[in-house]
Design a binder for this molecule. Structure first.
Ligand code: ADP
Ligand code: MG
Length: 229
């Protein structure tokens, strides 16, 4: 498996304080090596999104440690965190989050534009990412001209285009029909076989089955962590 991509140590997250405090994560430790494919499962309210936000450097834990690619993110400034999000993490959300009235190609180029990559290189890398998800022919289409499954594959291409250490997907098939779900999972499976590290949050067992490892959350704690393939 090689290097550790993410290393979470005894992380706690509490929202609010006193009587009304909600303990969303109650001392959670998790280590994920390069090339792993982890499904995080748990019922609604178990802390999945809270964990995803912390892994994605969108939020910080109340206590505990988080190293991403060897970097202690708790020591970073907001500006540095934004850079980490842009360079080291590729996000895939349930709702695709593509920019309307922008072509698939331009959507995929966006993270590179934020990273200051020049236009010709952006275009070249965005085309390569679209090819990886099988959408070369749709590069000039806008989101509303694409099916849900195609839109999510554009979102996956956008997540990959910066060659991040980690692809984080939160319920990526939650808005898709069965056929599109299979397409998107096929893409994620292929990416993992080519060495990408993927953490996938889902409440669907059929989706979780695609991963190599299953982590189950109950009330902000890991109650199961098993290798499934
Ligand atoms: P899941 O994604 O597994 O459904 P969440 O991480 O969204 O779980 O939520 C875990 C717990 O934390 C729940 O009890 C939820 O109500 C609470 N929670 C989540 N976000 C907030 C917030 N911003 N403020 C207060 N409570 C929150
Ligand atoms: Mg959630």
């Amino acid at each position: 498996m090689g290097r550790t991509v993410l290393d979470v140590g005894d992380v706690r997250k509490t929202y609010g304080s006193g009587e009304t405090a909600v303990h969303a994560l109650r001392g959670l430790s998790l280590s994920v090596g390069r090339g792993d494919y982890v499904a995080i499962m748990g019922s609604s309210g178990s802390g999945k999104s809270t964990l995803m936000n912390i892994l994605g450097c969108l939020d910080v834990p109340s206590s505990g440690t988080y190293l991403l690619d060897g970097v202690d993110v708790s020591r970073l400034t907001d500006r540095q965190l934004a850079l980490v999000r842009n360079r080291r993490i590729g996000f895939v959300f349930q709702s695709f989050n593509l920019i309307p009235r922008m072509t698939a190609l331009s959507n995929v180029e966006l993270p590179l534009a934020y990273a200051g990559v020049r236009a010709a290189e952006r275009r070249r890398r965005a085309r390569a990412a679209l090819a990886l998800v099988g959408l070369t022919e749709r590069a000039g289409h806008e989101p509303n001209q694409l099916s849900g499954g195609q839109q999510q594959r554009v979102a996956v291409a956008r997540a990959l285009v910066t060659a991040p250490a980690l692809v984080l997907a939160d319920e990526p098939t939650g808005n898709l029909d069965t056929g599109s779900t299979m397409d998107v999972l096929g893409v994620l499976d292929r990416l993992n076989r080519s060495g990408r590290t993927i953490v996938l949050i889902t409440h669907e067992p059929e989706v979780a089955q695609h991963a190599r490892r299953l982590v189950r959350l109950v009330d902000g704690r890991i109650v199961e962590d098993v290798r499934t393939r």
